[in-house]
Ligand binder design. Structure first.
Ligand code: GUN
Length: 281
């Protein structure tokens, strides 16, 4: 029998604490913490994510500034907006929802956000600090995973951790956080040989590969901790993760469900990072 890691409950607990900190900030400084969210285009998934982020801000007592530009907005227009937000005293964190439309150079836009307002933890300075195990702003999803491990008393020290996926948003920062927590880390991706065997050797398996039910029971060691970052649709259009949950759950010691696992933690850590950015301002 495995323990189901309840991301929803942990997120609710942390959001309560974040709300208290946001209220204390307002009482001390006389104005609210502000997060700017920039969406360009009509990507349906991005629209849902952005809506959820804005709602979470409201509930946490953080003021949100929401900008929705059309899909054909010029790159210069997006950059001008970001520059304006960088200059604003009311805005402590800036989030540009990704992916941006193809005609816009994502790197150019993100490069305008200074580390102090980069609540996504995407910029080179924040990533570099993470690599060097220094104080920084950490990307929300992997940060949320670490909070889950901590909450459930799972110490990565000395454990074999396998991260499936090498994205800048999840896989790479996840691997760095686990190394910083003294795990022995392997990062797997589409070119990895013997993927099944590598995964099956993991004490902690973090899956962020973006393929529905990709990780099957034979890829999981008995008693492993399985963290599913995926948000996919199965053959019936039902929401599921990258892990074949029904078959893996009895083999794992701890497992995150989809929905209700990592998802609620990602937005929670965005709120957390925004409070952190504001408190440093
Ligand atoms: N698109 C998918 N995930 C994320 C995220 O964590 N931050 C931003 N800005 N865009 C995303």
């Amino acid at each position: 029998m495995s323990t189901v890691i309840d991301g929803k409950a942990l997120a609710a607990k942390l959001r309560g604490q974040i709300r208290e900190r946001a209220e204390a900030f307002r009482a001390e400084r006389g104005f609210e913490i502000g997060l700017a969210v920039v969406l360009v285009g009509e990507d349906p998934a991005s629209q849902v994510y952005v809506r959820n982020k804005i709602k979470a801000c409201e509930e946490a007592g953080i003021r949100s500034f929401s900008y929705h530009l059309p899909a054909d907005a010029a790159e210069a227009e997006v950059i001008a907006l970001v520059d304006e937000l960088v200059a604003s005293d009311k805005v402590h964190g800036i989030l540009v929802q990704l992916p941006l439309p193809r005609h816009i150079d994502e790197r150019k836009v993100l490069a305008r956000i200074p580390a102090r307002k980069d609540v996504d933890g995407f910029c080179a300075e924040n990533v570099g600090n993470l690599a060097m195990n220094r104080e920084t702003i950490v990307a929300c999803t992997p940060f949320g995973v670490m909070k889950m491990l901590e909450e459930y008393g799972i110490d990565p020290r000395g454990k074999s951790a396998v991260v499936l996926g090498r994205s800048n948003i999840v896989g790479k920062p996840m691997a760095m956080l686990l190394v910083n927590a003294d795990a022995t880390v392997t990062v797997c991706h589409s070119k990895t040989k013997n993927l099944k065997e590598v995964c099956a050797a993991a004490d902690i398996l973090v899956v962020a590969i973006g393929r529905a039910k990709f990780v099957t029971a034979d890829m999981v060691k008995e008693g492993a901790v399985v963290i599913d970052v995926g948000m996919d649709r199965d053959e019936n259009g039902k929401l599921c993760g990258d892990v074949d949950y029904e078959n893996v759950k009895d083999k794992a010691s701890y497992i995150t469900p989809v929905p209700g696992g990592v998802g609620p933690m990602t937005i929670t850590m965005l709120l957390y990072n925004t409070v952190l950015a504001a408190s440093r301002s």
